[in-house]
Design a protein around this ligand. Sequence first.
Ligand SMILES: Cc1cc2nc3c(=O)[nH]c(=O)nc-3n(C[C@H](O)[C@H](O)[C@H](O)COP(=O)(O)O)c2cc1C
Length: 367
Amino acid sequence: MHRESRSLLTTPSHWSELRFNIFKADIMADLKTHYMGLELKNPIVIGSCNIVTDIDNLKRLEKAGAAAIVYKSLFEEQIQLENLNLYERNKKYSEQSSEIISLYPISICGTPDINEHLLALKRAKDAVSIPVFASINAVHNETWIEYAKKIEETGVNGLELNFYSIPEKSERGYENIEKTQIKVLKDVKSAVNIPVAVKLTSFHSNPLKHISMLEKAGADGFVLFNRLFQPDIDIHSEEHHFPYTLSTSEDNRLPLRFSGLLYGCTKSSVCANTGIMNGSDVIKMLLAGADCVQIVSTIYLNQIDVVSSILTDIEKWMDSKSYKSIEGFRGKLSKKNSENKLPYHRAQYMDFMMTTSQILKKYKIIN
Ligand SMILES: Cc1cc2nc3c(=O)[nH]c(=O)nc-3n(C[C@H](O)[C@H](O)[C@H](O)COP(=O)(O)O)c2cc1C
């Protein structure tokens, strides 16, 4: 039966089914969790991507059981690019006709305009009843603040700052990058009243230190981690290309490790992201200590209904282990709660080195 239909069975002909569902509700695991002070009906948040820009998809995701959605990021560079194109077009027209200048002055046409994005965000928010978070990826400090303020007015439930930074020059020191992010967060936090999460990459000399600094600066949640797109090289054409690579479960070890390290050490929420493909992956993140997860690649690969099957798998697993709620096992295998701390230490590397001969045998390098 469909996840949503439970609450719709109200006619007498459905009474027996209703009784069955009430009985089922009694024994069914409670998947509720919390993220940045909001209660989520389960830990599945749909991460920022192109799928969520379509209203039909949003409704289908909600119907499949998604607990919240992060809308596609508003990219400052994209707005700048669009306005540059608009400016060029208008300049061409205005050179042809002075009348157009008076009707549409270039200074107005060329002003960065985020209204389209704000309108789309508002439509998305109105289309579903689950929480919708917005996401920003800006370049200039003032733009982060301007976008955050305007986005808050759309009524979204929270904001995600997409700190997608790739080192390009050796001159820019780590302190500079990290200080900039902390300043942006502080400024955004003092400009808005909605909760603010930070989506990070793992490229910091000590991500834990950076996370604790961001927490002090007011971060309500951390999304660990963003998956960076990397270029590839086609050796035949001898050119760069940008293949569209989706994640696999192998990619979730990093968020798992950091969720486990952070559990009990931060008051901010932790949302694991990257390579979370199925129910088992979600359970692992919760056992490590994450409050919730974000999924994207698995929706591209397995369609929207994957959300429903992930939830069913979590319920079944909780049932088999007699867990009544997520809090019954969240963080059970975090660093704080594990008797064996080895997985969170460098010793894991030593263990790996010590078993080298077994690994060589497994891959038939030696007999
Ligand atoms: C097509 C596509 C578009 C994406 N767009 C955004 C975006 O606008 N903002 C953002 O923060 N992340 C974006 N992401 C990254 C995802 O939100 C997510 O962090 C990443 O895909 C890792 O999660 P996954 O392993 O479940 O795919 C995008 C990912 C994909 C595949």
